[in-house]
Design a protein around this ligand. Structure first.
Ligand SMILES: [Zn+2]
Ligand SMILES: [Zn+2]
Length: 202
């Protein structure tokens, strides 16, 4: 046990704490994946797809790392792009992976949960305390999903821990929003500069 495990949970928003306690109580809606080397700090995301696990303190770790300790490696499609996944409800399922798929967990669970996923692109912002992630996007395709977002390829955009399936026009709209945000931030910077200048004693 390391000292890292007794960090006080002060100053953490109640909603995050609720997810944390839910994870510890094995609430089925919470991912609750164990964090390697940090017992008692499981993943607090819900069980919908997330690009990485995250604990109540905001520490993240890769989705499949926890499985390294107990289980089998990630399955990668062969030269013919096919892969066979052993599902819990439909037995072995043969798939053709898109060229951008980075492979699959060898314990994929139910067939409906199978998702081809690309590497993720993380957009960061520079702050005085260092770079901060603010948006993550990866390509996905879920060949057996019955409802939204459908079986076609899409981009999954994570903003603030929430996932937003997006098409090309949706990504363009988000990009337009970022440009508008940038203009607003620049205007705020000028306003602040003026206010600081006025504050100076004459
Ligand atoms: Zn998780
Ligand atoms: Zn795949």
């Amino acid at each position: 046990m390391s000292g890292d495990n007794i960090e006080p949970l002060t100053g953490i928003p109640q909603e995050r704490l609720d997810w944390h306690w839910g994870a510890l109580a094995h609430d089925p809606v919470v991912c609750a994946a164990e964090q390697p080397g940090q017992p008692g700090y499981p993943c607090i995301h819900n069980t919908l797809h997330h690009p990485h696990h995250e604990d109540v303190l905001g520490r993240t770790w890769p989705l499949h790392e926890r499985r390294l300790f107990v289980a089998p490696p990630r399955l990668i499609a062969g030269d013919d792009r096919t892969i066979t996944l052993d599902t819990t409800d439909h037995g072995p399922v043969v798939l053709t992976c898109p060229a951008w798929c980075i492979g699959h967990d060898s314990s994929p669970g139910a067939r409906i949960d199978i998702s081809h996923e690309s590497v993720e692109t993380v957009l960061t912002l520079p702050t005085p305390e260092g770079d901060v992630d603010h948006l993550t996007v990866l390509f996905e395709q879920r060949p057996f999903v019955a409802m939204s977002p459908g079986t076609g390829m899409f981009a999954n955009v994570e903003i603030n821990g929430m996932f937003h399936p997006a098409g090309p026009a949706d990504l363009d709209a988000i990009a337009d929003g970022l440009v508008a945000n940038a203009a607003e931030l620049r205007a705020t910077a000028r306003r602040l500069a003026d206010m600081v200048a006025e504050e100076q004693p004459r």
